[in-house]
Design a binder for this molecule. Structure first.
Ligand SMILES: C[S@@+](CC[C@H](N)C(=O)[O-])C[C@H]1O[C@@H](n2cnc3c(N)ncnc32)[C@H](O)[C@@H]1O
Length: 210
């Protein structure tokens, strides 16, 4: 969903600028140093940032790169970052499609897709973040035993994504049609809170590169 621009957006970004890399800054040291780490996790489509902030606090040994193409969503996320420094968190304001080339030499341990846009119309399906071309990109940047974890409320997107997986090289670890949200290596997202509040079952899969 396209977020409306708010008057506080620029200030929110400036106040927490150290947590943000813009598309034009990807070749700079700040971004390259961050991804050049021992354990790297990506969240693609991080929205208002709840998940990435919470996971970065829980797992200080993993660098969390939150990828989000809407700058307004990033402004909401940056506003939520507490004053105490979180060294292992960085937001990048870019369409994920343009990032794979940049990170291809830095192996990723985990990719999270949380409540990705469903793009329900047939002609829009290829924009889905679980579309076969994307699964292929994820497979290439993941390290051996690296995992892709996908959560959604949307049955059609989930079932179509399971079909896309069949064409991929990923090995299925878990398919859950009513995930209870209790895994340790997980956190609640903004959309997830909303759907859990409406008693909509959360679907999840975990797949692995072998
Ligand atoms: C439905 S929202 C979910 C937000 C969050 N993950 C959550 O669960 O609350 C999907 C988000 O993904 C972002 N997004 C969609 N496609 C993207 C892409 N190709 N690159 C970066 N962000 C993307 C959208 O801008 C939007 O903020």
């Amino acid at each position: 969903m396209r977020l409306k621009r708010k008057h506080w957006c620029e200030n929110a970004i400036e106040n927490k600028r150290e947590y943000l890399v813009k598309a034009t800054e990807i070749s700079q040291n700040k971004f390259q140093d961050f991804i050049n780490c021992k354990h790297l996790a990506l969240e693609i489509g991080s929205g208002k940032g709840d998940f990435a902030i919470s996971m970065a606090k829980k797992y200080p040994d993993i660098n969390f790169l939150a990828i989000e193409m809407q700058s307004m969503a990033i402004a909401y996320a940056l506003r939520k970052i507490p004053d105490e420094k979180i060294d292992n968190l960085l937001f990048v304001n870019v369409d994920a499609h343009y990032l794979f080339e940049q990170i291809k030499n830095h192996k990723v341990d985990t990719i999270f897709l949380n409540f990705s846009d469903p793009w329900p119309k047939k002609r829009q399906n290829k924009r889905r973040l679980t579309y076969p071309t994307m699964l292929n990109e994820y497979y290439n940047i993941l390290s051996l035993n690296g995992q892709l974890i996908f959560k959604t409320d949307n049955d059609v997107l989930f079932n179509d994504s399971l079909e896309y997986l069949k064409e991929s090289k990923f090995k299925v670890v878990i398919i859950d049609y009513d995930y209870d949200g209790k895994d340790e290596f997980d956190s609640l997202t903004e959309y997830e809170s909303r759907f859990r509040g409406l008693n909509i079952p959360i679907k999840r899969f975990i797949v692995k590169k072998e």
